[in-house]
Ligand binder design. Structure first.
Ligand SMILES: Nc1ncnc2c1ncn2[C@@H]1O[C@H](COP(=O)(O)OP(=O)(O)OP(=O)(O)O)[C@@H](O)[C@H]1O
Ligand SMILES: [Mg+2]
Length: 169
């Protein structure tokens, strides 16, 4: 069984003629947390767009290289998937924006809203939400069932939770 869930080989990424990522290689282990760091404009978000192939929706973007995703113990090169296959891939490799959509209530009310729909009592919801809001807790919990690639500008947050740090320079 492969230890790596993602393998990026010789990735080059361009917007129009401007090269953003150059010959990038990265292996990501299953159930690990990888933090992507590097200065603003270096290509961190663009790298994440490659990982679920959202980059294909950008008309001015082009790339070369391979991105292998180990799905059911088979390595598939996701750069070769057809448009019809991509929605299924994006259910497995999910991009969570750094700009969350929140409703115009308090953070508590935002998190309580879906719980209320599930008829969870306010007291129970409070306990759940308090636990979840210790964010590092949430990430460590997720790691049991997911592999996480995170962009963070907060060094202490990275050091607390990441198994490895990948610097783009
Ligand atoms: N859609 C686009 N069209 C043209 N250029 C783009 C596009 N998106 C990003 N770029 C450029 O590509 C480079 C990498 O951008 P990217 O957003 O990946 O960087 P980043 O490392 O995520 O930066 P930040 O830390 O500010 O979020 C930047 O120079 C940016 O201006
Ligand atoms: Mg970014």
């Amino acid at each position: 069984m492969s230890k790596n869930i993602l393998k990026i080989e010789n990735l080059n990424l361009y917007y129009d003629k401007k090269q953003v990522l150059k010959d990038l290689n990265l292996n990501i282990e299953k159930n690990s947390i990888t933090a992507i760091s590097g200065p603003s404009g270096i290509g961190k978000s663009s790298l994440l767009l490659v990982l679920n192939q959202m980059i294909k929706e950008y008309e001015n973007a082009s790339f070369s290289g391979k991105v292998y995703f180990n799905d059911d113990n088979k390595d598939i090169d996701i750069t070769t998937l057809s448009n019809k296959e991509l929605p299924n891939l994006r259910k497995k490799i999910v991009y969570v924006s750094q700009h969350p959509d929140i409703l115009p209530f308090s953070i508590f009310e935002n998190l309580y809203f879906p719980l209320k729909l599930q008829k969870i009592k306010k007291d129970d919801a409070k306990k759940l939400i308090t636990e979840v809001l210790k964010i590092e807790n949430l990430i460590l919990e997720l790691k049991k069932s997911c592999t996480i690639v995170i962009i963070s500008h907060f060094k202490s947050q990275i050091l607390n939770v990441a198994d490895s740090i990948f610097k783009i320079e």
